[in-house]
Design a protein around this ligand. Structure first.
Ligand code: CUA
Length: 345
């Protein structure tokens, strides 16, 4: 909840963006508190400077300042009180930072690819959109993002979330939308001449409307995991993985022992690296035989492959992370063509 007085002032003057996510109000309160504290200290110091300049000005050319008595309690006060205020802001901010960096495990995952100068969004159902993002109301949403070229930043002011999007790795940001409506989405990192046009609209829908929207995929369009499964076959991955190369079944999220003795978690970054640079982390007991797929696959295709590997974790994907059961990929005929043009297996 925002303080009633501040909410009143804000609605009159439109100083702040709308509050449309679960952390908006907490973020705003911290921001306003820091503004008030900084403003108060700035004002107090400025007032003291002016007042003392006038009151203690030199009145004759030979006037010399007197000695001040030592004020131990004054010193203790100006050390202790600002320390308490600063530590309070630090703890408040750190707690919020940790909440913002820890997506709930049941969050709905959506893939985002930044590109000069557009945002491409891939939903696990197979639905795709450009410069637009549809999300359900009241449900945590986790964006897994990467860039095709330079550094971008995914910013939704009304949700108070902003995260850099980098080439060659995944970054995440999460939010829970709390108000149905449309909100601006921006790129917040200068990324070239088209930077200022790199934006879009986030649409928050009721869960029912969202489920309908998500399921409305063109005929023949595969889900992300199904498209990944098809790629897995057509690229020939299936010929080695499970036999001379490690199996993908149940791999996602597990610890992996490498040939150099390190243990890493098979997360999205690990899988991505293993696709584009297979020799970076060789699994213990295997030869570094896999060819690189760097520059041969689009980021969309890499996401699809990872979705497929993720779907092999268990027979049922976490609720809502796919609109079709993971097992469905086994029934998709390989000859089925994607409706979209982005994946040409
Ligand atoms: Cu992308 Cu600025």
């Amino acid at each position: 909840m925002m303080y009633p007085l501040i909410a009143e002032i804000n609605s009159s003057f439109r100083m702040l963006p709308d509050q449309a996510s679960s952390i908006s109000a907490r973020y705003t309160n911290l921001f306003l508190f820091m503004c008030l504290v900084s403003g108060f200290i700035t004002l107090a110091i400025a007032t003291c400077i002016v007042y003392f300049c006038v009151k203690y000005r030199r009145r004759s050319p030979d006037q010399v300042g007197g000695r001040l008595p030592r004020g131990t309690w004054v010193e203790i006060t100006w050390i202790v009180i600002p320390t308490i205020i600063a530590m309070g802001m630090y703890i408040w901010g750190a707690e919020l930072f940790m909440v913002m960096n820890d997506p709930p495990p049941n969050a709905l995952e959506i893939h985002v690819i930044a590109k000069q100068w557009m945002w491409k969004v891939q939903h696990l159902s197979g639905r795709r959109e450009i410069d637009a993002l549809h999300v359900p109301l009241g449900r945590p949403v986790k964006l897994v993002m990467t860039s095709h070229d330079v550094i971008h930043s995914f910013f939704i002011p009304d949700f108070r979330v902003k995260q850099d999007v980098l080439p060659g790795r995944y970054s995440t940001e999460w939010f829970t939308a709390t108000k149905v409506g449309q909100y601006h989405l921006f790129c917040a990192e200068y990324c070239g001449s088209g930077h200022s046009h790199m934006g879009g609209v986030v649409t928050v829908m009721t869960p029912g409307d969202y489920a309908k929207w998500l399921a409305d995929v063109p005929t023949g369009q595969l889900s992300s995991a199904q498209a990944g499964h098809m790629l897995f076959n057509t690229l020939g991955c299936v010929q080695c993985h499970g036999q001379t190369a490690p199996t993908m079944a149940g791999l996602y999220g597990q610890n992996v022992l490498l040939s150099d003795g390190r243990i890493v978690v098979a997360d999205k970054d690990y899988l991505r690296e293993s696709i584009v640079n297979p020799r970076a982390k060789v699994v213990n007991g295997y030869q570094p035989l896999m060819p690189t797929f760097d520059k041969q696959l689009s980021e969309e295709q890499i996401f699809d492959l990872i979705s497929y590997i993720q779907s092999l974790r268990t027979e049922h994907t976490p609720e809502g992370n796919a609109t079709r059961p993971a097992a469905a990929h086994k029934q998709s005929p390989p000859a089925q063509k994607r409706a979209g043009t982005e994946v040409q297996p």
